[in-house]
Design a protein. Sequence first.
Length: 271
Amino acid sequence: MRKNGYPLDLDNPETFQEKVCWKMVNDRNPLLRIVADKYLLYYYVASKIGRKKADQLLIENYYCITEAEELDSIRLPKSFILKSNQGSGRNIICRDVEAADLDTLKKHVRRWLNSYEERLTPQWAYKGIKKVVLVQKLLEGTDDNPVVEFKLYMLHGRLRLVHFISDRVGDEEKFFMDEQFSLLDETYVEMNSFTQNVIANHKDNLIKLSNTLSEGFDFIRVDFLVHDGTVYLGELTNYPGSIFRNRIPKEYNITMGKEWVLDKDYWKSIV
């Protein structure tokens, strides 16, 4: 709780981060569990934009496995990312299958499939998700053509904040922008020409997609990856920062908290 820089008040939440924590405990919108499951996310997206567009927007899943031993029998691609369908930080990047230690991969898969952390977490959306592990296409960036991330904070159907991350080798670029994709006054960085072009080329599409995908939620963060001119949906994030830390600028933590009208039954009229 203290990692936010202040004690959280969940009885009378006021800041954005306090309301994220309130949402974890009190919001029972059934869509939360669907989009929290990285496997089922496809079906939600397809219901909003159609299967053909969902196939283009979602990163390709090569396999969906339910037992570690399945890695022995499937034909793994040359490069891939191994990813749990629930939770964060549960992924392994494999750039060369020939150099991969299959026993180590299976050990991780067993641990993910047999974990019970969701029983202990206050984050309602993760409770009851059927665990699977995805073998997913790996997006590989370079210095000249990096994979960039756009995280769009959607509050009551309105874009309020954008977090941009570009992980060039040895030169990570990270900053926040407002709903017009303009740098915040407190951001002391300069966009390079590559970043300016990526934003100009994809801003309108990112906003349009986020408006559609955020329908049915009071708050959701829509996380995109852009690589080689193509937009991919990474995930929909219900609880950014969770109870652990406030990840947004202090001013927005206050103003977005004021704008967020809490109602545990909001979804019953729109889902």
